[in-house]
Design a binder for this molecule. Structure first.
Ligand code: 2BA
Length: 110
């Protein structure tokens, strides 16, 4: 068994969750925040049998299409206290998914 950690855009999360559930995957949804944009995103945890990894990745790919978008990022200003930020425009690729696939030693429900 493997654990897929999938970081996706909030906009894609409901559709993705539904598709994965329809196909019988066990999924846990976490509300997360990206470190760069400091904007909300969604992290899904999927415990998946090895032979179903390609199918799971295909489903994630089919729902989470990437697109370019202008957005503003924030950073702290040197010399000011850490609570003071400035923002600047930045083009980022949003959507798509960032996946980590981890080997799982044991899967138990007790
Ligand atoms: P964020 O950290 O908010 O990053 C959002 C998007 O901003 C990134 O998309 C990337 O296109 C851009 N970006 C990130 N850091 C940048 C930088 N230093 N300079 C210019 N552009 C930058 P993705 O790479 O698809 O990442 C989407 C989200 O996945 C990230 O949100 C973060 O929450 C997570 N993520 C990505 N790589 C990760 C990693 N190595 N470890 C943990 N989480 C990761």
């Amino acid at each position: 068994m493997k654990l897929i950690i999938a970081i996706v855009q909030d906009e894609d999360s409901s559709k993705l969750l539904s598709k994965l559930m329809q196909k019988g995957y066990g999924v846990t949804k976490l509300a997360t925040t990206g470190g760069f944009l400091k904007a909300g995103n969604t992290t899904l945890l999927l415990g998946v049998e090895d032979d179903r990894i390609p199918e799971a990745v295909k489903i994630i790919e089919s729902v989470c299409k990437s697109r370019k978008q202008m957005t503003s990022a924030s950073t702290t200003i040197a010399g000011l206290t850490h609570s003071e930020y400035t923002t600047y425009p930045v083009e980022v690729t949003v959507g798509g998914a960032t996946l980590f696939v981890l080997s799982i030693d044991q899967f138990m429900k007790v």
